[in-house]
Design a protein around this ligand. Structure first.
Ligand code: MOS
Length: 734
């Protein structure tokens, strides 16, 4: 059999994207389309005293001005916990006069063109009754509280405080990560069209089925009456997993003006109403014996949230599972502020948490005077400390070894400021990476046509990860047909149901369903052939039949066989199909996580404090790799975002206005080509028979985890300065 899985096939949607043929949400220009533009609040807390829309209403092209004064009141759709993902379900748009953050939609102008709507939106006068606002997290530390997120907020075993107090070697520090935004290329956009009680939505989304369910609930129509499509997504990184306010507003406006309505957020608007990574302040305290065994781990701290969303930044999640130690206590709490809603952002929880933990581990290695890799190997968790379960597979030691070798770690001299290249201070640092291997229920359908072409479908998402490509590979190899003969359809709620594409679970979930549907389809054709007197395979054992290149062949006698297409034709069948609904086993006896090791080399100008990341070598073990090219691309994307997190990314908050200030791509810095030098990714082979039917762990998010601490640790090695407050900017090093 010619292997298809694992091969570095080009993206099947690549040509459509580079030629502009791919149609994104905002490019759906329906007949009679109207345009909605948001008017957003300028105060962080209080209420709307009055809205003067007279000038806006009489402006050219204006059809309607919508606000809490005339909007229908939408019911609470239930929030994240009820599998309905309205990010702000505690406050549906235009439900009352209350204001919860700067940038909240307080009105929307609907007009015949985007320009008319934009002009008129500027004419809407809103008067507010401001109330004192809570803006600065540090000033409200004492109000921090536990709120259940995806994981319980606390976990403990043994006596962490006692063990820390008596530990011979201790590290106890606080690490901070600022507000960060996703900065995806495509800002949020939606086109909504009603036909009677049927609703069609073109969205840019990570979660079309939940958006459908949420909209059905909000607008009181059957779920089946709502169709959500999102075939192309120009980046999301967690910011498109929820139905944000503009989604409801576009749908509401379309119903009110009886025309299809488009909302395309401006870049500036998207910084306020579509989530961000919240500010976190994390204490990590480690205690160890003199020979480097961890005896205590404490990880606790706070993250920003607000009163209208459910979000909790679960940064202690990785600490529960990462290292073996008898005494652990972790707790993450939230501080509710009058600021925009935070949300998932690439490797939520794990990434911020591992920045703090892996920085502290580096500090511990220096305190103990042992090699940072050795410290991690010494404290390797042979099974999952969070629950005592065995790992489905774990190859972090191979990641350390292969990464260290490729990187040239043995050449490192451990003293800070001990390595130079001309004037440049050179630093080498490393960190571990991990991300849980999630899986959710998913369905798929596979259809074989009599010409031998295969259609596979599942209503999942392609946000640049390579979903469409790897699903076609998986179906092609499972069925034994050429890759070019398979088309994968996705991004539409008329297709079989798929879960949210988040938490790195798309391949594990949808892949398992595609694998099952393809396997069943193959078996159906085999059963047809073996029962068919005219088939050369008649009467043979189905388990003795293999498929490759569109043909079924008897393994024990390769001269006997026939093509799929021939079998369908002889039976006058236009198509044969199979569908599968797959879900993870309840009470899984294994814990499943992907692991990796990240190595960074920085050069620091000793006079100017400028940090350059000269090289990143990262070794990841993510189970079976379906496509080496798209997998590398996923890792590269994560690593580049990690470079941004370490050195550049921060959204500044005006402490008086309660507003984010650098809300454009000129001032919200992300890495550009000049910031990214050499990235070398090692795909560490890993056979995992337990994690799911296809053996693939998710790899969408682990690429960013460990990058910021590896760079921070390298900066310490180069300069002797430990920066515990991201990003590592010039002024912090001078
Ligand atoms: Mo991802 S941040 O879980 O979409």
């Amino acid at each position: 059999m010619i292997p298809i899985i694992g091969e570095p096939h080009d993206r099947v949607d690549g040509r459509q994207k580079v030629t502009g043929e791919a149609r994104y949400a905002a490019e759906n220009n329906l007949p009679n389309l109207a345009y909605a533009v948001l008017v957003t609040s300028t105060i962080p807390a209080g209420s709307i005293a009055a809205i003067d829309a007279a000038a806006a209403k009489s402006a050219p092209g204006v059809i309607s001005v919508i606000s809490h004064l005339n909007a229908p009141k939408l019911p609470d759709t239930g929030g994240q916990q009820q599998e309905s993902n309205a990010a702000e379900h505690h406050h549906m748009p235009f439900s009352d006069d209350s204001v919860h953050y700067v940038g909240q939609a307080v009105a929307a102008v609907v007009a015949d063109t985007f320009e008319h709507a934009t002009h008129a939106a500027g004419l809407v006068r809103v008067n507010y009754r401001p109330t004192p606002a809570r803006i600065v997290m540090e000033e409200h530390r004492s109000d921090a509280k536990e709120r259940q997120g995806n994981a319980p907020a606390t976990f403990s075993k043994g006596d962490a405080e006692g063990a820390l107090a008596s530990a011979p070697v201790k590290v106890d520090q606080v690490y901070r990560i600022p507000y960060e935004h996703h900065n995806q290329m495509e800002p949020h956009a939606l086109v909504a069209a009603w036909d009677g009680d049927r609703l069609t939505v073109h969205d840019s989304a990570q979660n079309i089925f939940t958006t459908r369910q949420t909209l059905a609930k909000a607008f009181g129509v059957p779920t089946e009456s709502v169709r959500v499509m999102s075939p192309f997504v120009g980046g999301a990184f967690g910011s498109k997993g929820s139905a944000w306010p503009h989604v409801f507003i576009a749908v509401m406006a379309a119903r009110m003006v009886r025309r299809p309505v488009k909302i395309a957020l401006t870049r500036r608007q998207a910084y306020f109403s579509n989530g961000h990574r919240p500010l976190t302040e994390q204490r990590v305290a480690l205690g160890a014996t003199a020979d480097g065994k961890l005896v205590a781990m404490i990880h606790e701290g706070i993250g920003q949230t607000n009163t209208v969303c459910d979000y909790v930044e679960g940064f202690t999640s990785p600490t529960r599972s990462m290292y073996a130690t008898p005494n652990v206590r972790v707790a993450h709490r939230v501080v509710e502020l009058d600021l925009p809603s935070p949300t998932y952002m690439r490797a939520p929880g794990e990434n911020p948490g591992m920045y703090a933990l892996e920085s502290a581990m580096d500090e511990m290695a220096y305190a103990l005077k042992i090699d940072p890799i050795q410290l991690r190997v010494l404290n390797h968790a042979d099974d999952d400390p969070a629950n005592g379960k065995p790992w489905s597979s774990k190859s972090i030691k191979e990641c350390y070894a292969q990464g260290a070798e490729r990187f040239g770690w043995p050449r490192r001299t451990s003293e800070p400021r001990s390595m130079r290249d001309g004037r440049q201070l050179i630093g080498l640092g490393m960190a571990s990476a991990t991300y849980p291997s999630h899986r959710a229920p998913a369905s798929a359908r596979a259809v074989m046509h009599r010409d031998g072409n295969v259609d596979v479908s599942s209503g999942t998402h392609e946000m640049g990860m390579g979903t469409a490509t790897v699903m076609a590979q998986l179906a092609a190899e499972t069925l034994g047909v050429p890759f070019e003969r398979v088309t994968f359809r996705y991004g539409d709620t008329t297709l079989p149901r798929a879960p949210i594409s988040a938490g790195s679970l798309t391949v594990a979930s949808v892949g398992s369903a595609v694998f099952a549907a393809s396997s069943q389809l193959k078996r159906k054709v085999i059963d047809l052939a073996t029962a068919d007197a005219s088939s050369p395979l008649n009467g043979t054992d189905p388990n003795d039949i293999d498929a490759a290149d569109g043909k079924l062949t008897l393994k024990s006698d390769p001269s006997r066989g026939e093509a799929y297409a021939a079998i369908l034709r002889r039976h006058y069948l236009d198509t044969m199909d199979a569908a599968a609904d797959e879900k993870p086993e309840p009470n899984d006896p294994y814990s499943a996580r992907a692991f990796g090791a990240v190595f960074a080399e920085v050069g620091v100008d000793p006079d100017l404090g400028i940090v350059r990341v000269r090289r990143i070598v990262a070794a990841f073990a993510g189970g079976r790799i379906l496509n080496a090219k798209t997998a590398r691309s996923q890792y590269h994307g994560g690593i580049i975002q990690g470079i941004g997190m370490a050195l550049l990314e921060q959204t500044h908050l005006d402490r008086n206005l309660g507003a984010f200030t650098n809300v454009n791509l000129a001032e919200n810095l992300v890495p550009v080509n000049a910031d990214v030098r050499s990235i070398d990714v090692i795909l560490v082979p890993e056979d995992d028979p337990h994690v799911n039917p296809i053996g693939a762990k998710g790899i969408g998010e682990i690429g960013i985890v460990g990058v910021a601490p590896a760079i921070a640790n390298a900066v310490y090695h180069a300069t002797g300065k430990r920066v515990r407050d991201l990003p590592i900017t010039i002024e912090k090093l001078l």
